[in-house]
Structure formats: structure tokens, C-alpha cells
Ligand binder design. Sequence first.
Ligand code: ZN
Length: 162
Amino acid sequence: MTFRFGQKSIERMAGIHPKLLAVANDAISASLSDMTVPDMGGMRTLEQQKSLVAKGVSKTINSMHVKQKDGYGHAIDLIPYVNGKVIVNALTKQDREHWYDIVWAMKYGAEKNGLSLRWGGRWFDPKINNVKYDIRNIKSRSDIEKLIIGNSFMDWAHYEII
Ligand SMILES: [Zn+2]
């Protein structure tokens, strides 16, 4: 089965960098799990970002979701969408597998479009401190779980251009 973004997701992706959009579209068409863009999962205004930080949902005002110097948003959030429901946690192995399907599909999309992409489950290179980790370096689908750092589930939906 081939998945495509629904109308709401398409609207929410308005304003993100065209290459990131291409990655997301290639990813969903190759993904084993369907996915959706949540509210404010695409480009955000500074006011929206400030409100998310105030709520504790986001950590920084300097989010890549906010319009960057080139006029585009450089981040996207993607959440598994299975049997008509979004998967908002990772409590079971089955839940986690849907999240990993998206990571693996985004890696494919990033490779296809030649874009360096960072995933919120793994911010830095496992071998080099403070170097951003490009998901194109993931060798196999089964490695994804090993890359995740501790308590970072909140960020699993997040992808941003390096
Ligand atoms: Zn995000």
C-alpha cells in the first residue's frame, strides 16, 4: 500500500523548505506506516513558537520550525497514523515500530533528495560529541532503536535540515 499526505497535512506543510517537502513526500510514498503532520508541525510563526515554549511543549525560541533566513521553515513533525488514529506514544513495541518506519522512510527520502537531515530521537553523532547526526548515516532499519537517546520520546516526531 502506498500512502499519501491528507489535505490537512498538506496545508500544515505550507512554507517548509521545498527540499524538505520533497523528502517528506518521497518518505510517505515509501513508508510501511502512514503518517500525518500535527498542528504546528510545519512552519510556525514566532508567536506560535513562543506559546509552545511557554506551555513547555517546545524548548527553544530558536526553533527550525520558525521561518529561517531563506524564508522557509526547516523542520517538520511527522506522527504515525494507523487505522484512523494518530500514535501519540511509544508504549508498545508495535507503536515504536510505526515511529521507526517513519525514520527509515525519511532516511530514504533524505538520501534520494541529497538532504542532510537530523531526527529528534538522535540529535548528535554517537561517536563525535556535539556533531549533528545525519539520519542518512543509519545503516539498517534495526539500528534505529539503538540510536535513540534515553528520554527523548517527545522529539521523535521532529526532523530538521542540518
Ligand atoms: Zn518539531
